[in-house]
Write a new protein. Structure first.
Length: 280
């Protein structure tokens, strides 16, 4: 009897210890939180899986030099630990996860996944987001890996880069990924603009600077451009949001000072891109 009791007690202690260790287990993407702009605590259901996970690309960055701007460079780490890939993260990511849950029937995971360009589980996620790509710097190996991902059915959404200089930097790396394809403007009647919500009325979505200055553009990026890379069957592989800052609109969507007009469009764009990626 005593032996049986000892076995039961030992089993209970093991279960309790396993539960305690699980509570303190760090998710793989949490290792990069120190590079994010605004990391927030995980919700209670963070361990639950879903059909969709907001996957954010952790890339290496280009520095403009001269100490200007945010000064991101080297392997992508900025002053104060923040990096260009992690702008608006992870508050913006969590907001989109909530929007997917509320506005679609897609089962979305409540927390994001960070996909490091070198070692991340890239091929496990059909939809990938990259921010501030006017600063990214893809090596030949990175470009080859990203091309394989996209040709195997993956979808990349890029956002928050502005003007001619950042466009040139973006294209320098994108051409390593697609030396055989051209960037084209997305036709207004394309499925990506109507797969879930009608996006017939599109306009420039500004970053948080709008709250201070009332100006919607940055640098010489005066007009929003909705462009993409298409495969041979007409499927969009890369959705390019140039001269707009959807990530800021997601991040500040709950801020009463940020106009709902911009936040609403930014959220609908994300929902449509996600719906498109999962159905095309």
């Amino acid at each position: 009897m005593k032996r049986r009791l000892a076995v039961v007690v030992a089993a209970m202690l093991i279960l309790a210890l396993a539960s305690l260790l699980g509570a303190f287990q760090v998710r793989s993407s949490q290792r990069w939180e120190w590079e994010m702009q605004e990391p927030i605590n995980d919700p209670p259901d963070a361990s639950e899986k879903g059909e969709f996970t907001f996957a954010r690309l952790r890339y290496r960055s280009f520095s403009f030099g001269g100490g200007g701007g945010r000064g991101f460079g080297g392997r992508g780490f900025g002053r104060g630990g923040r990096s260009s890939w992690g702008i608006d993260a992870n508050r913006a990511d969590r907001l989109i996860a909530q929007a997917v849950r509320r506005l679609t029937r897609i089962s979305a995971r409540s927390v994001e996944e960070v996909i490091d360009i070198d070692e991340g589980p890239l091929f496990d996620y059909p939809w990938l987001y990259a921010v501030e790509v006017g600063r990214w710097e893809l090596s030949t190996a990175h470009a080859k890996k990203l091309r394989e991902y996209l040709d195997r059915g993956g979808f990349l959404m890029v956002d928050d880069f502005h003007g001619s200089q950042e466009w040139a930097i973006f294209m320098d790396s994108l051409q390593r990924v697609f030396p055989d394809r051209q960037v084209m403007d997305i036709p207004g009647d394309d499925a990506i603009f109507k797969v879930i919500s009608s996006l017939a009325d599109r306009f420039q979505v500004p970053g948080a600077q709008f709250l201070r200055s009332g100006v919607t553009y940055e640098r010489d990026g005066y007009e929003a451009r909705w462009a993409g890379i298409f495969d041979d069957k007409g499927r969009i592989q890369v959705a390019i949001c140039h001269n707009m800052d959807l990530g800021d609109a997601w991040q500040y969507a709950d801020d009463p000072m940020y106009p709902e007009k911009f936040a609403g469009l930014a959220i609908r764009v994300a929902i449509n891109d996600i719906g498109y990626a999962m159905t095309h």
